[in-house]
Design a protein around this ligand. Structure first.
Ligand SMILES: *Cc1c(COP(=O)(O)O)cnc(C)c1O
Length: 430
């Protein structure tokens, strides 16, 4: 299979090139040239397959034979070695908990997969490879931990100074080794712009091998389709067609993967794109106009995105047909006050502890679900990653899970930088 650039469908590359480059030369995002429909014998018997088996079935069309079938099998076994359970929260609503991985956020899946695929593709390359990534929180920790100690690869993480929770910051600033954290005096959008400019810089790209670990990289995006199938493996068959999936969204990679899973044959009824007040996409779904604007910071900070980089992929999956997009996806946005109120109300009513991101998706289901419909929302991070907000609302101290405790004792080490592409370039060249 080849992968085209969203800027120009004629510009097509094999998976290896798409993964190594991250972004196409023309600045477009890579997309599969066709979407493989998975056999009904698989879709109808999902519950008989383990999570790694589902991973292999979903991903082999994209990655094999460039990655051998045997190598892909062992990659999915390593990546999907933690549980991704569906749990019932109310009569109508259940949750897919994506936060049982090493950094307790859904990004562990994509980051771990990307790290392994990159090291397959760079076997025998002598020059060091630089993975450049901007983070508003969870990407940095998932990518840094996914790549820690992977030989031949250095990781440079850019993040907005003072805008990432302490728990998150510790997860990528304390690792040392092949991981460097750059603390940028600016916003997440500044960090993302610096990364984009580095990729467009011809001198830089002739001197070093740069690749991206942001959700624009196909090897992060595609494995995220796997857990949608695994979710349905845990849902009664007669309910699947009536299930609405709500996805807490920022850069819209996660939702793009969900829509991809539907295009591959998963019988999802429809999707909700849940956001905080950075509601560029919900606005687009209402008006047909995509109007990026600077992000504002919220309690669901991993979704503070004003120019969602993966949304163009969703448009492509619908052939840019707005009326189809807006029928298949409901966009709903929530203020900090509403997010907090939901965390409080749901805990009081059910005992379930939401994190601020999952809370937007839960609210979306409450608002949107009709009679007879079922809702599944994605819990993208463990609530203990956001104790400042969650504890205040539920009035209970959260126990810090073991996976998070081990980061807390480390010492923060960062490089400070202005929001300047030149400064980044100089740093990368030395
Ligand atoms: C990254 C992130 C999101 C947003 O995911 P996208 O794929 O960028 O839409 C949501 N919740 C959490 C906790 C995240 O870390």
């Amino acid at each position: 299979m080849l992968f085209y650039s969203t800027q120009n469908k004629e510009n097509r590359s094999p998976i290896k090139e798409a993964v190594l480059k991250g972004l196409a030369d023309d600045n477009g995002l890579y997309m599969p040239e066709f979407i493989p429909l998975l056999p009904a014998s698989f879709i109808n018997h999902l519950s008989e397959y383990s999570l790694p088996q589902i991973g292999y079935a979903v991903l082999k069309n994209f990655f094999c034979p460039e990655i051998s079938e045997a190598a892909l099998k062992s990659i999915v076994e390593e990546v999907f070695d933690f549980p991704i359970p569906v749990k019932q929260v109310t009569d109508q609503i259940s949750v897919l908990e994506l936060f049982h991985g090493p950094t307790m956020a859904f990004k562990d899946v994509g980051a771990r997969f990307l790290a392994r695929v990159l090291s397959q593709f760079t076997k025998g390359v002598e020059k060091e490879i630089t993975v450049l990534v901007a983070t508003s929180g969870d990407t940095g920790s998932a990518v840094a931990n996914g790549f820690l100690d992977v030989p031949g690869i250095r990781v440079v993480v850019l993040y907005p100074k003072g805008m990432v929770s302490e728990v998150q910051e510790k997860q990528f600033t304390t690792l040392g080794k092949n991981i460097t954290a750059i603390e940028v005096d600016g916003t997440f959008d500044d960090c993302q712009a610096m990364v984009k400019e580095a990729f467009l810089d011809k001198t830089l790209r002739s001197e070093i091998i740069l690749t991206s670990a942001n959700s624009i990289n196909l090897a992060r995006l595609l494995p995220q389709a796997v857990y949608y199938f695994h979710a349905f493996a845990q849902i009664a068959k007669e309910q699947q067609q009536d299930t609405v999936i709500a996805v807490p969204s920022g850069n819209f990679g996660n939702l793009a993967a969900g829509i991809l899973s539907k295009s591959m044959g998963l019988p999802v009824q429809s999707f909700i794109a849940a956001t905080n007040v950075n509601d560029v996409v919900p606005q687009y779904l209402k008006s047909g106009k995509l109007e990026p604007r600077p992000s504002v910071s919220t309690v669901a900070n991993a979704m503070d995105v004003g120019n969602p980089s993966n949304f163009v992929r969703i448009q492509q999956l619908f052939n840019n047909n707005w009326s189809e997009i807006s029928q298949s996806i409901t966009g709903l946005a929530y203020t900090d006050k509403q997010i907090r109120a939901t965390i409080k109300r749901v805990f009081a009513a059910t005992g379930y502890i939401l994190d601020p991101h999952g809370a937007t998706a839960f609210s979306g289901l409450e608002q949107r679900l009709g009679k007879g419909e079922k809702g599944l929302f994605l819990a993208t991070a463990h609530p203990a990653k956001f104790p400042e907000v969650v504890e205040q609302e539920i009035g209970v101290r959260l126990e810090i899970p073991h996976n998070l405790v081990k980061f807390q004792s480390g010492r923060k080490q960062t490089v400070e930088m202005h929001a300047s592409s030149n400064q980044l370039k100089n740093y990368l060249l030395t």
